[in-house]
Design a protein around this ligand. Sequence first.
Ligand code: THU
Length: 129
Amino acid sequence: MLPLQIERLIKEAEAARKKALAPYSKFTVGATLMTSGGKIYHGCNIENPSLMLSFCAERAALISALVEGEKEFKALAIVSGSKDYCFPCGACRQMLAEFAPEIELYLASEKGIKKFSIAELLPHQFKKI
Ligand code: THU
């Protein structure tokens, strides 16, 4: 990914974060997912008073791309209101491992930008053999 493309993804993730519905945690997250063809999908976290139904920004972006038939993914940018990097939760890692195993993850915070792979974040992922 070119630095300008990464910057764009992060900017758009900031915009998506503004749409987060997180009245319970007050922790807002935004994500931008880019397909291999360059199409962009956004996600934000969506909470529910039945807290276990809350939905992460990363999975929101992934699902909106999957329902459009997207199959090949290039990059995912994640931002939150935290001063630190917002790492995807275990459930999101597992879903990304299934549908986007080669994706480049860009975590952005005021500390800067860090790049990770799914293999780094989820070694020994669950697979049904
Ligand atoms: N959350 C995300 O959307 N993505 C992450 O990577 C971690 C956590 C959401 C879930 C919940 O709405 C809030 O952030 C934390 O309580």
